[in-house]
Design a binder for this molecule. Structure first.
Ligand SMILES: *Cc1c(COP(=O)(O)O)cnc(C)c1O
Length: 427
């Protein structure tokens, strides 16, 4: 990560700020985000869609990391938001985020969430299934509104990624299948349903993808489908190709430069449109992980060191699954370093153990690390996405705070929870 450095004390720095100082000031565990890295990713995506496609809308997938300050940054960067719940929409609206630039995508929207989105003028609703489509129609009619709807499709493309984060194939809980005719039937039904304006089609083929080909293939399938709809007299204006751009967690990851992705996908979309004599659709992409993950890291304090001879060494830290469930969920790999010994060689292989009552509460196994002992600060890198947003209160652990770094200064953007916060709704 190019926002990281090591200072003269041998301490790891993020955005030029000593992480050991951050741990001392804010306590641990603590998430730290570098604002410039977040903004740079937004600008890179925006520029790539403008230069290669001639415009479109970048929507940050808020599920990666949603809080008021992230929504303010996205508002300031002039990009849109891809949200998945009333809570995320609420967070965005609470900082004055323009509702028109919000997309509401989920596979099962509650009625009250649909009402909330329509009431507040959310720009587009990505519809997942036929029952939902009919529900959106009747709710919109009841409110005297028209819902601008985008249909989520399964393009049948399999991207090489972890199974739990693969979403484009036919056996997926998300969206309408193209192969079975389900998607076509739904699109036709849209024209018959009052309160619905079918504006586009959407797909999202998976996450942490390091390959452009599956995106090109998905674009091809989507344009082909838009062509079939045109033949049925249905005009599609928007094409959303989702997110899923991979990032570097460890040396094994070789991410594609985002500009290259847009370049090839734009060319393919335009080529397919030309072949079918279709107007080029309005393009939307939804990067989540790639905007938030590289900007963040998590700091922990080491409490214990337990060596089991000939088996392994556990380094016990003061956080774990409640602030980062990704290893428990997906066996995700991370790069770790001892922040106060950043210049020392990583000459041990350790397992980083979380503090909750769960053997599976690990941040990673067989990871190279400097010799770590009590009171050392361990930094887990690239945790800006899907960590805070997936946090739980398991073992009644209060959620960790988020600190933002900018211009070599820090500011709190999410407070640490207290025990009172954890028990707040108990009766
Ligand atoms: C999760 C998701 C995204 C973002 O995915 P990343 O892998 O974080 O880029 C975008 N769009 C949809 C519909 C999603 O479900």
């Amino acid at each position: 990560m190019d926002n990281l450095s090591v200072n003269s004390k041998g301490h790891l720095c993020i955005g030029g700020v000593d992480t050991v100082d951050i741990a001392a000031e804010y306590g641990t565990p603590v998430y730290v985000m570098d604002e410039d890295t977040v903004r740079r990713a937004c600008r890179e995506f925006k520029a790539s869609i403008e230069e290669n496609y001639g415009g479109g809308m970048v929507c940050y997938a808020t599920k990666a990391f949603c809080c008021k300050e992230m929504c303010r940054i996205m508002k300031d960067e002039g990009i849109g938001l891809d949200t998945v719940s009333g809570g995320e929409i609420y967070t965005a609206l609470s900082v004055g985020f323009p509702a028109e630039r919000i997309v509401f995508t989920s596979n099962n929207k509650k009625d009250e969430e649909i009402v909330y989105a329509l009431e507040n003028g959310v720009g587009r609703i990505t519809c997942d299934n036929i029952e939902e489509l009919r529900r959106i129609s009747s709710i919109a009619v009841g409110m005297g509104k028209t819902a601008r709807v985008v249909l989520r499709l399964k393009p049948g493309v399999e991207a090489h990624t972890f199974e739990a984060v693969m979403t484009g194939q036919i056996d997926s809980k998300f969206g309408f299948a193209i192969e079975t005719g389900e998607a076509l039937t739904a699109a036709k039904e849209c024209s018959a349903l009052p309160g619905i304006e079918l504006s586009g089609v959407h797909c999202h083929i998976g996450s942490q993808i390091h390959d452009i080909a599956p995106f090109e293939k998905a674009a091809e399938v989507m344009i082909d489908f838009i062509g079939r709809l045109r033949d049925e007299g249905i005009t599609i204006k928007d094409l959303s190709l989702g997110g899923g751009f991979g990032i570097k967690y460890t040396e094994k990851d070789i991410p594609v430069p985002y500009g290259d992705y847009m370049k090839r996908v734009s060319a393919r979309v335009k080529e397919c449109c030309r072949a079918k004599d279709l107007e080029v659709p309005f393009m939307m992409i939804e990067p989540g992980r790639s905007v938030a993950a590289p900007a963040g890291l998590t700091l922990y304090t080491v409490g214990s060191r337990k060596t089991i001879p000939d088996i392994r060494t556990y380094i016990g830290i003061d956080g774990g699954m409640p602030d980062n469930p990704r290893y428990a969920l997906y066996k995700s790999e991370y790069t770790v370093t001892v922040a106060n010994k950043a210049n020392e060689p990583k000459d041990e292989i350790i397992t980083l153990a979380g503090r909750t009552c769960e053997s599976g509460d690990l941040i990673g196994e067989n990871m190279p690390l400097q010799h770590a002992e009590e009171k050392d600060i361990v930094a887990v890198l690239s945790t800006g996405a899907y960590c805070y947003s997936m946090a739980s209160h398991y073992n009644r652990v209060p959620n960790a705070p988020v600190v933002m770094v900018k211009d070599k200064k820090t500011r709190l953007i999410v407070r640490r929870e207290t025990y009172e916060d954890v028990a707040r709704n108990d009766i």
